[in-house]
Design a binder for this molecule. Structure first.
Ligand code: FAD
Ligand code: SF4
Ligand code: SF4
Length: 495
């Protein structure tokens, strides 16, 4: 879809809303379905690929109202089933049509603590929006009611009011809970456990809090001040945060419980260990894991070349390997840092790409060159050990594999070369084995993910885990959902 300037979107929405208001009788389902899906206003692609500011600008008030009016208020509400934390979606959307945003955000917050984050980064087209009746009627999931954008709208409304309700904390219980990792899973557990009156300390390995929300997802998709506000809220609740503290190295997990007097522990240490292709040339200068590349740019602000202490590679032509959100983030970051060409190489087709549809669209609009059904065979270096090219192979789709997606099959003799000076590997992450190595009795699976029961309890009494360290690299809302389960179990355990 071609880029539409925000002013035009605002103008069109205003006119349509006035026209609909002039209709006396209540809108029929047919009227509602014929309201066009409201596009997200965004920065112009030609400007935004040179700055780090947020790309999506959020709905105008008229657009939010129109989008909410598209909802049919289905009795069976299939959208709720699609949301991992079961937000009462029709109820919050109805509140938007009544312009009662306080009620709307209240409904969302009954189930989700990170509405401004999830409204921006949830893969809605495969979650809440996938089963939406409107999308089904129009035979296009992209025309479903934009639940995520509406969620963002009310969350931002609340942030702008600056009078977020003070959390109610129950009287002190004298019990202490340690949380390992300050990502979405850890943040969720901290809030839910602290509310019960327990003392909570989060131990975070990095010098900044927020997990992937801060070191992985770039500013242009998720402004860091939003994550900071969530963490500030925890501090206001009395949660203590210790940064630069690596559990397993600074202090062992068992010492936290045995020697330091914590009554329960939650492990939310994520999946921060990058996978590599294991192909020739991966040790050349100019090859990065997406984790390193994004951490340098986001956490260390290396994109701000004038002020940042952390350097970042001065790339001209970049190849990014992978088709998930991490690959899109790396490709779009490389453009913003000054690369002239960015090639995204993915071995399946676009419909199998795990990245959010919006990120794929934005990456294309910004000029990322997509190589579909292709993959790297080897990385070629020059005499000084720097990357000078990448050799790729072409693929076709074969039979479905274990994931249900059709397996890519190499086309023999299809080798070709792209001249590049940088290769960013974004093919997934595994869990860091440190905690397992220093806590031998903690049961993990072959990928080093911690094994938990349905209550997020690990093999050790009093120790719970959730998020990517359990699920493997997953999503923010799934991490949060597990955090809520773990918090309930911890609160029950400490009774
Ligand atoms: P994390 O967010 O990884 O947080 C774990 C924290 O634990 C980190 O801060 C880490 O430093 C800390 N830690 C690790 N080990 C220790 C230790 N030993 N001691 C103390 N602290 C430790 N999901 C989406 O839903 N939508 C998206 O658009 C999306 N985009 C993504 C883009 C990128 C680049 C990446 C990498 C991931 C993306 N994800 C996305 C996935 C999502 O961010 C994760 O699923 C989610 O953050 C997992 O939350 P978590 O709390 O389990 O772990
Ligand atoms: Fe949809 Fe995510 Fe919001 Fe659930 S939390 S309703 S999946 S955007
Ligand atoms: Fe509204 Fe779609 Fe949910 Fe129906 S399925 S209640 S139309 S959001």
């Amino acid at each position: 879809m071609a880029y539409v300037p925000p002013k035009k979107l605002a103008h069109d929405a205003k006119l349509l809303l006035e026209e609909l208001k002039s209709k006396k009788e209540p809108l029929t389902p047919k009227d509602r379905i014929s309201i066009p899906p409201q596009e997200m206003p965004a920065q112009n692609p030609n400007d935004r690929n040179e700055n780090m500011n947020e790309v999506a600008l959020g709905y105008f008030a008229e657009q939010a109202k129109l989008e909410a009016m598209r909802c049919l208020q289905c009795k069976n509400a299939p959208c709720i089933e699609g949301c991992p934390v079961r937000i009462d979606i029709p109820a919050f959307i109805k509140a938007i049509t009544q312009e009662d945003f306080k009620k709307a955000i209240g409904i969302i917050k009954n189930n989700s603590l990170l509405a401004a984050v999830c409204g921006r980064v949830c893969p809605q087209e495969t979650q809440c929006q996938e089963p939406c009746t409107v999308g089904k009627s129009l035979k296009d999931v992209n025309k479903a009611v934009s639940i995520g954008r509406l969620e963002r709208y009310v969350a931002d409304w609340e942030r702008l009011q600056k009078n977020i309700a003070e959390p109610v904390i129950k009287p002190t219980t004298g019990k202490k809970v340690a949380i390992v990792g300050c990502g979405p899973a850890g943040i969720t557990v901290a809030a839910d456990v602290r509310r019960e009156g327990h003392a909570v300390t989060i131990f975070e390995a990095f010098h900044k809090t927020g997990g992937v929300l801060v070191y992985g997802i770039p500013e242009f998709r998720l402004p860091k001040k939003i994550v900071q506000e969530e963490v500030d809220f925890l501090k206001k609740m009395g949660v203590v945060i210790k940064t630069n503290f690596i559990v397993g190295r600074t202090r062992k997990l068992t010492d936290l419980m045995g020697k330091d007097g914590y009554d329960a522990v939650f492990i939310g240490s994520g999946a921060g260990l990058p996978r590599f292709m294991n192909i020739e040339g991966e040790n050349l200068v100019g090859v990065f894991s997406a984790n390193e590349y994004l951490t340098r740019s986001n956490l260390m602000k290396a994109y701000d070349r004038e002020h940042a202490d952390t350097p970042i590679f001065d790339s001209k032509i970049v190849a990014v390997l992978g088709g998930g959100n991490v690959a899109m983030d790396a490709a779009r970051t490389a453009l913003r840092i000054g690369a002239k060409e960015v090639h995204l190489i993915y071995r399946r087709t676009e419909s199998e790409m795990p990245a959010r549809v919006e990120e794929v669209t934005h990456a294309k609009e910004e000029g990322v060159i997509f190589h579909i059904l292709q993959n790297a065979k080897r990385i070629i270096g020059d005499q000084t050990g720097n990357v000078k090219a990448i050799e790729c192979l072409k693929y076709k789709l074969g039979e479905p594999d274990d994931s249900g997606r059709r397996r890519p099959v190499v086309i023999d003799g299809s080798e070709f070369i792209i001249d590049v000076d940088t290769v960013i590997v974004a093919i997934g992450n595994d869990s860091n084995p440190l905690i397992k190595q220093t806590t031998p009795s903690l049961v993990t699976n072959k990928w080093c993910n911690i094994v938990v029961d349905e209550n997020c309890k690990t093999s050790i009494d009093g120790i719970y885990a959730g998020g990517d360290i359990v699920l493997g690299a997953a999503t923010v809302i799934l991490a949060m959902g597990q955090g809520r389960i773990a918090a309930r179990s911890i609160n029950e355990y400490l009774k």
